[in-house]
Design a binder for this molecule. Structure first.
Ligand code: NOJ
Length: 763
């Protein structure tokens, strides 16, 4: 005790931090270190640590620095260069206890180099590529003085009307969980305390992807079994992988906002899952407890949030203002505040900031001469990862690959759209550094070939939508229309098409259409572009659609009109080059859909692993009184796991090593995959399991494993998958995670529908 007081005195006198006075051994013991520091802090200093402040252009920097020096801010976000963050850390070093700040940002799919959006990364099914994207993002962000990212975003998304589908890794629990683990490890590297790592904070805890009707910020109402079985595992996987932080979701869960949800944060996250890190509210979410109707005023909102376990208040307006009064009146206890502060200090400790507050800020003389220099980008990696994420949906008559000597009519509002190529949440990416499709094709086309470019259409002819998309872009609107009449644009594109051998049309959504707060009632390509596609089709020239979008679109008609369709999502900084690689056959596409494509918006939900029902629709056997919509074909347009290649693959000789499995045993499922085409290529072999009869209804199938394999033309290989009891477990009505003896179907396929099947029994 005496020693601590002494240290406190030293802190006020000495020019360097009190915690730097502690012996190095003390730094090794996080709990003791944090407890020591906590004991020296005043109430104001403690509450200051709980405030996470957004730095915007409207923020007077001097004021922020004063607040930091007074110990009233624990961390900031949205300020993303070393010269910007150094003065703030200097201010923290002038504060009484010199507790370092941390600097956060939304590094979702790249930092300066922008990789494909998350749904695209998931389409690669390539854990190595996904991990590389995360590691590079971390290195770039750390080199720009950032300590923590608000990622990975692992919300299961089964409703493509939700604009944030683009930010997640799709509809499947197993695939998203695998990626969650990979991303956390990639961001944090060997340790989040290393200078080239950043801390992950998985989001949005929890169930944000299940907002009713796909309408952003709407309520979530879900059975406990569905939660545990389908929606919670990805967050849990991220936490098991060591995610230092958790961002709490904006939505409510079964009537209680996540931000005020004691069960969610205290019982599930900390008690059941053993999470020992930092929880952060989402932007302004504590204030929104009033809007949710669970707090009558700011005071009650702050009380609910801290009691429920929100450590840090993002864009804080209430913790700073209300916690002192709440403590004084006895409505909250000192331990409520101390527990939260402990996690903030612990996270800073884990980020390595107590060892060196300038770990990622570095010295001014080492700052990059040009923060935005192209030499700081990882272009080769971005191109490689992007091409792995593209999904070939159709390729009639081998329309693709294109000949490099062809005359190509390149049309569409997304052919020359550098901002859109980066997708939403493009971190510190600069549009002028991204390669458009026009750039990419031009770079490849041979001496004999030719590109004729025509815009052909605006993104949408709906002015209200354009205004909505530009609402927040005060400086430079993102969606800029060509002011010529729509028919003039179409005529120009048709002329280009008539003069060409083949048409490549870049169509879909602008990036803002698949973003936060960008829910849609309709999944069609906007009418202006559909009119263009119709006119192009009428020319009779081969038509290749290059789709750019952040969610599955309903492209029933376009699928009939086009000869080939390549889903490219938003492919990032090197998108244009990566797409060109695939269009010209320099890379053989290998992506597979991580989310089902519906035929129409009315079919939603269309996720593949739905529960078995009493009157299932049986393809090929139409009839009344089965589960179907009578006015359209039942089933998706493109199923989960689907994607073509320039070669053909076949599966044969599926076998199980036994027809029974003991609870402690292993079963080997094998299959031979052959490349039966003329070019080398990669494919994803997927293993699904169905529990035929259980104590409760089980899904028609669930992905349990996959392997991405590269095969030379003519090569074949036998793949092996191990199945254990663990793969058969599920949450039963008592929420007990257990497998039940009985029959299981094992299916192996190149997508979720076209599969081979064998059966075994769990004893
Ligand atoms: C709100 C978003 O919901 C969240 O995902 C993001 O991390 C924060 N804003 C900070 O930008």
């Amino acid at each position: 005790m005496k020693k601590l007081c002494l240290l406190g005195l030293v802190a006020t006198l000495a020019s360097h931090p009190v915690w730097a006075e502690t012996k190095p051994a003390a730094l090794k013991d996080k709990d003791a270190f944090v407890s020591d520091l906590l004991k020296q802090m005043t109430l104001d200093e403690k509450i200051g640590q709980l405030r996470l402040i957004s730095i915007g252009p409207e923020m007077p920097r001097e004021l922020i620095r004063q607040e930091i020096a007074a110990g009233r801010i624990g961390g900031t976000f949205n300020s993303i260069t070393r010269p910007e963050n150094r003065p703030m850390q200097d201010a923290a070093m002038r504060s009484r206890l010199k507790i370092p700040m941390f600097f956060a940002y939304d590094v979702i799919h790249g930092h300066r180099t922008i990789f494909p959006i998350s749904i695209a990364l998931a389409s690669s099914w390539d854990m190595d590529a996904i991990g590389r994207s995360g590691r590079i993002a971390a290195q770039e962000a750390a080199a720009d003085s950032l300590d923590i990212t608000f990622a990975p975003m692992v919300d299961i998304s089964r409703d493509p009307r939700w604009g944030r589908t683009s930010e997640g890794f799709g509809e499947d629990t197993y695939l998203v969980s695998r990626i969650a683990e990979v991303m956390v490890k990639a961001f944090q590297g060997v340790s989040p305390a290393n200078a080239d790592s950043i801390m992950a904070s998985v989001k949005h805890f929890a169930l944000y992807g299940a907002v009713e009707g796909g309408r952003d910020y709407n309520v979530v109402d879900m059975s406990p079994v569905k939660m545990y079985q389908d929606y919670l595992p990805p967050y849990h996987a991220a936490i098991k992988a060591g995610s230092g932080g958790v961002m709490v979701a904006l939505n409510s869960i079964n009537g209680v906002p996540a931000t005020a949800n004691t069960w969610l944060m205290n019982d599930l996250l900390r008690r059941d899952w053993g999470f020992k890190g930092l929880t952060v509210s989402d932007h302004g979410a504590i204030f929104e407890l009033i809007k949710h109707g669970v707090a009558k005023d700011g005071r009650e909102a702050a009380k609910l949030a801290i009691k429920a376990g929100i450590d840090m208040s993002m864009n804080d307006s209430l913790y700073g203002k209300e916690l002192p009064g709440l403590l004084k009146s006895g409505e909250i206890e000192q331990s409520d505040i101390d527990n939260a502060v402990r996690e903030v200090l612990g996270a800073k400790y884990d980020m390595g900031l107590f060892k060196d507050p300038y770990l990622r800020i570095g010295k001014a003389e080492d700052d990059p001469a040009d923060t935005y220099a192209d030499s700081r980008l990882h272009r080769a990696e971005a191109r490689d990862i992007a091409r792995r994420s593209l999904v070939l949906l159709k390729n009639q008559n081998n329309t693709l690959p294109l000949k490099k000597s062809a005359t190509i009519a390149l049309v569409g509002p997304l052919a020359k759209a550098p901002i859109d190529m980066m997708g939403s949440w493009a971190a510190a990416g600069k549009p002028e550094q991204s390669v458009t499709l026009l750039d990419g094709l031009n770079a490849v086309i041979g001496e004999k070939g030719k590109i004729i470019y025509a815009r052909g259409a605006n993104i949408t002819g709906d002015k209200a939508v354009v205004d909505y998309l530009n609402f927040l872009n005060f400086d430079a609107p993102e969606v800029v229309d060509d002011t010529r009449a729509p028919q003039v644009l179409i005529d120009e594109a048709v002329k280009a098409a008539k003069d060409a051998d083949v048409i490549v049309a870049a169509v879909g959504e602008s990036r803002g259409m698949s973003h936060e707060s960008s829910s849609r009632t309709d999944l069609n390509i906007p009418q202006s572009q559909r009119d263009l596609i119709k006119a192009l089709k009428a020319t009779g020239k081969p038509l290749v659609l290059v789709l750019m979008n952040g969610r599955p679109l309903s492209i029933l008609e376009e699928n009939q009109q086009a000869d080939a369709i390549l889903e490219t999502w938003f492919a990032g900084t090197e998108g244009g080059n990566a797409i060109a690689d695939v269009l010209f056959g320099d890379y053989n596409p290998s992506g597979k859909l991580p989310i089902t494509f519906p035929r129409s918006v009315g079919q939603i939900p269309t996720y593949y692993n739905h529960l078995t029902i009493g009157r299932p629709f049986t393809p090929g056997k139409p009839g009344n009184y089965t589960s179907q919509y009578f006015d359209d074909t039942t089933g998706p347009l493109f199923p989960f796991g689907y994607g073509l290649s320039y070669t053909t693959f076949t599966l044969s000789d599926m076998a199980l090593s036994s027809t029974t499995l003991n609870k402690t045993g292993k079963l080997d499922a094998s299959v031979t995959v052959a490349n039966t085409g003329k070019v080398d290529g990669e494919t994803v072999v997927q293993l699904y399991i169905q529990d035929v009869a259980g104590s409760m209804i089980r899904p028609i199938k669930e992905l349990k494993n996959f392997q991405k394999v590269m095969l030379k033309a003519g090569e074949e290989r036998t793949l092996h998958f191990t199945i254990t009891e663990e793969d058969l477990k599920f949450y039963n009505t008592q929420l007990k995670f257990a497998a039940e003896p009985g029959e299981f179907n094992v299916q192996i396929g190149l997508d979720s529908q076209d599969v081979q099947q064998q059966t075994f029994e769990l004893l």
